[in-house]
Design a protein around this ligand. Structure first.
Ligand code: HEC
Ligand code: HEC
Ligand code: HEC
Ligand code: HEC
Ligand code: HEC
Length: 270
């Protein structure tokens, strides 16, 4: 064969091979590149997978939830440190201003009394549910029906620790802030003996709460009225305690006698 011809033939083959190689690597790249929609609808967002999800699994995609920090100074020049809100004056509030997620999972105080998981609050995220009337069978709606759904149910989650101080059921004349001096500023004056089977749930550190709460009632009040987002309090289960009377007060007749099941499960991820 002609040497020149052989040379060009080899060149053509080389070009084809390199081209195919490049195409293949590229194809593989698209194959492994995370697909946005696939991630949005990742089964981990739904039941039953979400019940078994670990923080690490969620954070693999949502790391920013715990890494983002607030600006030390707002664009208008207000220092975060000078802009404390009413719920940030409970005496247990320490450290610099921080984000919502970090205040529940990362800051020193939150870690000392709580053991929250992503799934303690998040019980599923379906983008189709973020707007109303998005299912095929939904009836036509007027704009007045439109309320965006929330990612977390405030009533079954937030209310647990951000309800009003339930002074009525305690037979106390007013909110803790008004009457605490007359009670020696001490929840334990009564709660040494009453409703003592408490905080036996997987997102709270019961022993540490007792220790800190005995020394400073602000610890207790913090979750039971001190930063209340609601004008009601949570209808807590009345877990039987030693010395409990067999008579149930009227206000407690429809109360459960056991904490919510999903919070009792000893989670494998703990
Ligand atoms: C494979 C990656 C991936 C995993 C794992 C994952 N997510 Fe997501 N998630 C996404 C993507 C992508 C979106 C859509 C984000 C957007 O559009 O801004 C999303 C949306 C959300 C939203 C709604 C956010 C919004 O702004 O609308 C929440 C809440 C959420 N995820 C919580 C979780 C929780 C809790 C877990 C663990 C149980 C989890 N995700 C696991 C990728 C993931
Ligand atoms: C104390 C309850 C709570 C915990 C614990 C929690 N979240 Fe959230 N999360 C919320 C609330 C409330 C929102 C805002 C919901 C809304 O806008 O409807 C939110 C919003 C989000 C969003 C939307 C984007 C954003 O930053 O607003 C993502 C993603 C998310 N959470 C993921 C997570 C992951 C991952 C974890 C675990 C590391 C986690 N969350 C733990 C309550 C919680
Ligand atoms: C298990 C108890 C618990 C639950 C449930 C809970 N929180 Fe909190 N929350 C706390 C505690 C404790 C703090 C104070 C943290 C601190 O002082 O560092 C706090 C602080 C906050 C703050 C103030 C953050 C800041 O920057 O100072 C907001 C806002 C808040 N919670 C909203 C919510 C919402 C909304 C929900 C429901 C999605 C929720 N919390 C569920 C215990 C809880
Ligand atoms: C004067 C006594 C007294 C003091 C002081 C007191 N409590 Fe109570 N508390 C009670 C009584 C009584 C009940 C109801 C007992 C029952 O269920 O029969 C109660 C119930 C509760 C409940 C359950 C409410 C419900 O709806 O199930 C919580 C939570 C609570 N107290 C927290 C506190 C905290 C936090 C403090 C301090 C900031 C405090 N208490 C101080 C007497 C007191
Ligand atoms: C980090 C938030 C947090 C702190 C701090 C805290 N609590 Fe609670 N408390 C809760 C939650 C959440 C529940 C409901 C748990 C459940 O579902 O059983 C609860 C339940 C209770 C109950 C009802 C118990 C039952 O099951 O009958 C009493 C009483 C109570 N707390 C008193 C106190 C006292 C006293 C302190 C201080 C020593 C205190 N709490 C500190 C969050 C908190």
């Amino acid at each position: 064969m002609n040497k020149k011809l052989l040379g060009s033939l080899l060149l053509v083959i080389a070009v084809v091979l390199v081209g195919a190689g490049l195409w293949w690597t590229n194809a593989m790249k698209t194959e492994v590149r995370p697909d946005y929609l696939r991630a949005v609808y990742d089964p981990i967002h739904f039941k039953p997978a979400i019940d078994k999800a670990t923080n690490e699994q969620c954070l693999a995609c949502h790391a920013e939830v715990l890494s983002d920090k607030v600006r030390p100074t707002s664009p208008a020049g207000v220092k975060a440190a000078d802009a404390k809100a009413w719920y940030q004056v409970v005496s247990t509030y320490t450290g610099e201003q921080d984000t919502f997620h970090r205040r529940h999972m990362v800051t020193d105080f939150s870690k000392s009394v709580m053991n929250m998981k992503c799934t303690t609050c998040h019980q599923g995220n379906d983008p189709r549910e973020e707007a109303p009337g998005s299912s095929a069978t939904a009836l036509p709606q007027t704009t007045t029906d439109i309320t965006l759904r929330k990612h977390v149910n405030p009533e079954t989650v937030c209310l647990l620790c951000h309800g009003k101080f339930p002074h009525q059921v305690m037979g106390l004349p007013g909110d803790w802030r008004e009457i605490r001096e007359s009670m020696g500023n001490n929840c334990m004056a009564c709660h040494q003996a009453i409703r003592t089977t408490r905080h036996q749930v997987n997102y709270l550190k019961a022993a540490e709460i007792e220790k800190l709460g005995s020394a400073n009632s602000e610890v207790c009040y913090g979750c039971h009225g001190g930063r209340a987002w609601f004008r009601i309090s949570h209808p807590y289960a009345r877990n039987p305690w030693p010395g409990m009377s067999t008579e149930v007060p009227d206000w407690a007749k429809d109360r459960p006698t056991k904490s919510e099941l999903r919070f009792l499960e000893k989670l494998a991820r703990e």
